[in-house]
Design a protein around this ligand. Structure first.
Ligand SMILES: [Zn+2]
Ligand SMILES: [Zn+2]
Length: 258
C-alpha cells in the first residue's frame, strides 16, 4: 500500500513545503481519506484515477477543495465521484457545503454520461469495500461527528485517527485488528496550548502519548499529522522528546510504502 499526505502549501517556485494546512491522504493513487487539498495537489493521472473520497468529518481543512475538484471534473467524469461518509456527515455536507449557496448540489446534477457526484453512506463498525480496500470506521472525539478509519488492502493494515481528542472506540477497533502496519495520528497543538486542544478536541504531544498507551500493537510506524503550521516546529520537537520508536512527523508530498 502506498500513502501520500498531499501537499497543501507551496513556495514561490511551486515546490511543496512541509506546512500542512489541509488534510488529504491519497491511497494507492486511487482513493483518498479526506479531501482538503484534493482539488489543488493531484497530478493529471491521479485526477483521472481518483473517484472515491472518504470524508471523516466536514471541517474545512478536510474538504476545502473538494467542491472545486468535482467542478473541475464535471464534464469529463464517466462515473460519479463517490463521497463515502456516515449519514450524519453526508447530511452536514448537503446542508452546509453542496447546498447551492456555498456550491452547487452536485449530487443532483448530471453530465452527458450520468451523475457526477454520489453520496455513499457507510455504517460505524461495519466493514465496507472501496475499490481494492476494506474499510471500517469508528467514532472519535471531535467537535463534529467524526470517524477514525481502519483500512486494509488484504496485506497491509493502516489506521487514521482523523481529528480527535482523547478517544476510546477507535482504539478498541484497531486493537481488534490482527496487526497494524502504520498509524496516522493527529498532533495539532503544542503542550503549552492544551486548553485550546481540549476546547477544540485535538491532541497535543503529551495527549498523543497518553492515547498511545491504549494501543496494544507493537512495531508499527506512527506518523504524526495535522500539526498546525504556526506551531509545527514546537510540536515536532515535543514529539521527538517523547522518545517513541518509529514515531515521526509525516512529510507532505512524500510517498510512504508498506
Ligand atoms: Zn476537525
Ligand atoms: Zn482538521
Amino acid at each position: 500500500m502506498n500513502i501520500q499526505l498531499l501537499p497543501s502549501s507551496f513556495d514561490a517556485d511551486g515546490r511543496a513545503t512541509s506546512a500542512q494546512r489541509l488534510t488529504c491522504f491519497l491511497i494507492d493513487e486511487r482513493v483518498t481519506v479526506d479531501a482538503g487539498s484534493i482539488g489543488i495537489a493531484l497530478t493529471e493521472a491521479q485526477r483521472r484515477a481518483v473517484r472515491d473520497v472518504i470524508v471523516t468529518h466536514p471541517h474545512m481543512d478536510h474538504i476545502a477543495s473538494l467542491p472545486i475538484y468535482v467542478d473541475d471534473l464535471f464534464a469529463e467524469v464517466e462515473e460519479p465521484i463517490r463521497i463515502h461518509a456516515t449519514r450524519e456527515v453526508i447530511d452536514l455536507l448537503k446542508r452546509d457545503v453542496f447546498n447551492d449557496n456555498v456550491y452547487p448540489r452536485f449530487d443532483v446534477l448530471r453530465n452527458e454520461r450520468g451523475p457526477v457526484m454520489q453520496y455513499v453512506p457507510f455504517d460505524i463498525g461495519k466493514e465496507f469495500r472501496i475499490a481494492h480496500l476494506t474499510v471500517t470506521a469508528a467514532p472519535v472525539n471531535h467537535i463534529v461527528p467524526t470517524v477514525g478509519l481502519l483500512v486494509s488492502d488484504g496485506k497491509t493494515i493502516v489506521a487514521f485517527s482523523s481529528d480527535t481528542a482523547e478517544t476510546e472506540e477507535f482504539w478498541t477497533m484497531i486493537n481488534r485488528a490482527p496487526r497494524i502496519d502504520a498509524l496516522f495520528i493527529e498532533a495539532s497543538f503544542p503542550d503549552s496550548m492544551r486548553q485550546l486542544a481540549e476546547a477544540s478536541k485535538h491532541l497535543t504531544p503529551a495527549m498523543l502519548n497518553a492515547e498511545l498507551g491504549k494501543l496494544n500493537h507493537n512495531g508499527l510506524d506512527i506518523l504524526a499529522v495535522h500539526l498546525k503550521p504556526a506551531y509545527r516546529e514546537t510540536v515536532a520537537k515535543e514529539l521527538t522528546a517523547l522518545g517513541i520508536d518509529n514515531l515521526s512527523v509525516m512529510e507532505p508530498g512524500r510517498v510512504y510504502e508498506w
